[in-house]
Ligand binder design. Sequence first.
Ligand code: IVH
Length: 666
Amino acid sequence: MSKDKDKSRLEQLRNLLHHYNYQYYVLAQSEISDFEYDQLLRELIDLETKNPDLFDPNSPSQRVGSDLNQEFEQEVHSYPMLSLDNTYSKEELADFETRNKKILPEEYEFICELKYDGASISLKYENGQLVRALTRGDGEKGDNVTANVKTIKSIPLKLTGSGFPPDFEIRGEIFIPHDGFEKMNEEKRAAGEPEYANPRNTAAGSLKIQNSSIVASRPLDCFLYYIMGKELPANSHYENMKLAKTWGFKVPNNIKKCSNLDEVIEFIDYWENERHNLPYDIDGIVIKINNLKQQQQLGMTTKSPRWATAFKFKAEQAKTKLLSIDYQVGRTGAITPVANLEPVLLAGTTVKRASLHNYDQINLLDVRVNDFVYVEKGGEIIPKIVGVDKDLRPSDSKAVEYIKDCPECNTELIKIEGEAKHYCPNETGCPPQIKGRIEHFISRKAMNIGAAEATVELLVDKGLINDFGDLYFLTKEDILSLERFAEKSATNLIGSIEKSKEVPFSRVLYAMGIRYVGETVAKTVTSELKSIENIKGTSIEELTEIHEIGERIASSIVEYFKSDINIKIINKLKISGVQLEIDEEEGNIENKLNGQTFVISGTFEKHSRDELKELISKFGGKNTGSISAKTNYLLAGENIGPSKLEKVKKLNIPIISEDDFLRMIK
Ligand code: IVH
């Protein structure tokens, strides 16, 4: 293709992808399938690689972020980032009104908006292009987090429509919706790592991650609510935000124009209840004077504008009786005390249990069985106990005597210095720890062995396995001896265990369930140290030299390999042929089929179609469903459809067999 053709296709692809992004992430509509989107993106990346001189910092390809570490430079805001006056009472809103009336001679309108609970951001656009994103910082200066912000798909990198000022700033809130937050915590739970406390802190923390490709994987979103510039198109906040929507910004719909305080209070009352049905957190309502000239007349103090105020919702609390305390044992042996409560309605759901976190927390709150406690739903998913009504405390009440022994295996608990939790040290004999580790090992993101929790339970209870290494020594007869297993299901389980021997080393390391070694850490460690033997022989100092590995992770890894029991389990994996080193070719893997597009058709002898697809992508190739001029190979098995054959012949596309393919990647 000639340079001109490349250039115009590049432009076309960039515009198309900007458009589909907007449709999907701002309007929540999808016009094309993920697959088609990926194909366009791939084509764009290929063209950009071929034409580095046509680089565009705001190309849709830049949304994936970069693996390179960034430093955040502090920069001065074009306009200071002020905060808002807060009130928790409706009476105080009347003061806001009185003050306004004193200064403003004419009628005015209020705009009521939701107060999004995230991290504020200021975006600068020049000639329709995003040029800078700053965090709030101290209000005067903020961190330049542009690279991270570019990965947020609902933020336009390039504006659409017309009428936007050549130079302006727009402010908004970066947040994580509930479903995305829940998924992030599911991953944390699977890795046995501490969960994120709440979406707000997680959103703010995400903006400061040095590696923007990690930011790209986080479910961040952004609502815009305030625009600033010398030449704004309209003279009211409401109209300007409406226009901003036409330029591609995600401007929320839950905005109301109100002509008096009663209408404002109606809006507040409505959202005080309705907020529990929103898919993200809000912590109040923001009330703004609509007209920009009137805003100017009201002016601002050094801290906040006089033309706006925030009504904050109180965190909802309920009072209920603490009936008893249970102690849960996690797969790492960590003990978590959980309060059983007299069921109580809180923020729309019935609460029966609340986490007490650890012994220190119980002491700090001085909470006792039979106390009436206040429970609150903060950003956290599990409600927490925030206080005790000591007036209602029974006279014979006694301080909680924390358990000394494991509730599951009676082993004496230990407390590691610097850690808040108590631990049961009986790693090999404590049933929830044994089962928990095996369940983690077989989980989808780890070894992906298809066995239910109940199966693990049976296998352990019958003494057929004691650790995950034993899985590889199970026979079909062993499995058939379990209730509910028949020939077919037993064969499947054995097959699934067998297949897990192909799982790459980084996932195996993650599967081993070393404390603080989640998926990302496992990838980093394996790509750096290559084999289990090398990891085993590494010191804390050497480990902490690896980027993103801190003291805590390093000492956890070293501890793990000090244990004879763990070494024995690893030996079982070794004998069985589980991957304990990086595939020799893993480094070259990407190159092998890079840029090659395959269509798979028919049935195969050695591998299933899914396995072949996995191999293609593992080696950097691409799978597509239908044959086109871009197809490089048809990987053909038995019983391939005649129309496909005809098409490849017409397009002169080489047909390869399963063996040919396996030779290609050998
Ligand atoms: S307007 C000068 N509108 O609340 C005022 N702020 O305490 C400009 N916030 O820093 C802000 N939702 O992070 C505005 N609809 C909304 C908001 C909002 C959340 C945050 C924002 C601000 C803080 C003020």
